[in-house]
Design a protein around this ligand. Structure first.
Ligand code: NDP
Length: 469
């Protein structure tokens, strides 16, 4: 330790727990400027840990908070590729290996023009606690690129993915780091990435999840995040003696998570009435039935079109253009019982949250990662509505990735029913763990605290056991 580190450590020893927590957050902000999403995620998790640190002084003396906010390793690399006109393009690639205390790094890859280091660090940080909640042995990581797959041909996406993997392959492996999909990375992209990994390593292993069914993928993996979020919502309602049957639901986004959220809402007797993309939203007061959902899935997954076409096809549905300069999103101002934000981070601000509460929404279950700002979360908690935070509610996706890894290691495949049952049981277990932990630490019903504390404890204890690494 340098003289300065000793001084900081001693000074911190005399602080109250609250001041100590604030000093850790301040340190993160000072050390990682221009990463507001990362600051937000750290604030949200660490803000729940006061009662934990008061009961467990050993975490503070081992400086666990300071260690847990620092990624174990970060890779940032050039991704050169050639477009269809033969012109050279250059993107930036990333992989954040955040924490491996309880298993190999695990977390998705995001291809979206907004991707930067701070966004991926927030996602990797969240992933550590989410993976801990799944009951499976997985550490936390995240990666991606500022590449925009929108408007690119299949060949361009393939050339980009091959170039990306030509650097990434040396940092990952089935026992080291197992990436998956996220925004902009679906079955097509995972296929190209897997093909290049296999070619470079001459190895057929479970190095990626979300693979095709005939080359090592798991049944139910595409459905898992959306299904899991709705299973989690059903558990939240069950704890209050209620169910999803007959409930009207707002769903944002129209990608992987949104589509299977709508499907499971239908299975459980609810009615989803909205979808969106980055250009706008549709409101279908009659509900998105199975035929309309099939249309939306073909539109988004095969034709890669815009959600506006839904309203062209079904004229009773209304399309409303939405852009990022608006101070609130009209999707969150539609009257409904439940809300499933499933597009992207910070898509619900304080004004949107106030609109939800005003319109009678009594449950928010997060399919997307960190879709609610800290101010929005405060509004849900103050209003006393049911709130399922992302790291618990959407953990079904990575949990089923964990099940895909198990099947790959055993070289066998479980049936659809087996995987769905395991996913369902995991979501029930996550809800129970968050619910009971919230109660144990003095904030009954607060699943934000429950999820943060339960997720933290498992990782923190593993870090203590493993010494100063
Ligand atoms: P997809 O790429 O399949 O879909 C993303 C959807 O969100 C699209 O409709 C997209 O619209 C919309 N969207 C993305 N960025 C923005 C933006 N900045 N503003 C408005 N709309 C936007 O991604 P997924 O469904 O896989 O992911 C959605 C969310 O769920 C993300 O937060 C992701 O991290 C999270 N998640 C995903 C998991 C998974 O298993 N896939 C697991 C756990 C969490 P457009 O087509 O216009 O870009």
């Amino acid at each position: 330790m340098s003289g300065m580190d000793v001084a900081v450590g001693t000074q911190k020893k005399n602080m109250s727990t609250k001041d100590y927590i604030n000093s850790v957050v301040d340190g993160v902000v000072a050390k990682n400027p221009a990463e507001p999403e990362f600051h937000q995620a750290v604030r949200e998790v660490i803000g729940s840990l006061l009662p934990v640190l008061e009961r467990h002084p050993e975490y503070r003396s081992a400086r666990l908070l300071e260690r847990i906010v620092e990624p174990e390793r970060v890779f940032m690399f050039r991704v050169p590729w050639q477009d269809d006109r033969g012109e050279v393009q250059v993107n930036r690639g990333f992989r954040i290996q955040m924490n491996s205390a309880i298993g190999p790094y695990k977390g998705g890859l995001r291809f979206h023009p907004s991707v930067n280091l701070g966004i991926l660090k927030f996602l990797a940080f969240e992933q550590v606690f989410k993976n801990s909640l799944t009951t499976l042995p997985m550490g936390g990581g995240k990666g991606g690129s500022d590449f925009d797959p929108k408007g690119k041909s299949d060949n361009e996406v393939m050339r980009f993915a091959q170039s990306f993997m030509t650097e990434l392959f040396r940092h990952i492996g089935p026992d080291t780091d197992v990436p998956a999909g996220d925004i902009g990375v679906g079955g097509r992209e995972i296929g190209f990435l897997f093909g290049q990994y296999k070619r470079l390593r001459n190895e057929f292993t479970g190095v990626l999840t979300g693979k095709g069914l005939n080359w090592g993928g798991s049944l139910i993996r595409p459905e898992a995040t959306g299904y899991g979020t709705v299973y989690f919502a059903a558990e939240m309602l069950k704890a209050k003696g209620k169910s999803l049957d007959g409930k009207t639901c707002l769903v944002s986004g129209s990608g992987n998570v949104s589509q299977y959220t709508v499907e499971k809402i239908l299975d459980l007797g609810g009615k989803a009435i909205t979808l969106s993309d980055s250009n706008g939203m549709i409101h279908d007061p009659d509900g998105i039935d199975r035929e309309k959902l099939a249309f939306a899935m073909e539109l988004k997954n095969v034709r890669r079109g815009r959600i506006k076409e839904y309203a062209d096809k079904y004229p009773k549905a209304k399309f409303i253009a939405v852009d990022s300069t608006m101070d609130s999103n009209p999707l969150w101002n539609v009257k409904a019982d439940c809300a499933f934000p499933s597009a992207t981070q910070n898509e619900i601000n304080a004004k949107d949250a106030a609109n939800l509460v005003k319109n009678g929404v009594s449950l928010v279950a997060e399919g997307a990662n960190m879709p609610s700002t800290l101010d929005a979360i405060k509004i849900y908690l103050d209003a006393g509505i049911l709130y399922g935070p992302a790291k618990a509610a959407n953990a079904g996706g990575v949990a089923t990735s964990g099940l895909e890894m198990s099947q790959n290691s055993m070289r066998l495949s479980w049936t659809r029913e087996e995987v769905d049952q395991k996913l369902h049981n995991i979501m029930i277990a996550i809800h129970k763990n968050c619910y009971e932990t919230a109660e144990k630490y003095g904030t009954p019903g607060n699943l934000v605290n429950g999820a943060n504390i339960a997720g933290f404890l498992k990782v923190a204890d593993a870090m203590l056991d493993q010494g100063l690494v």
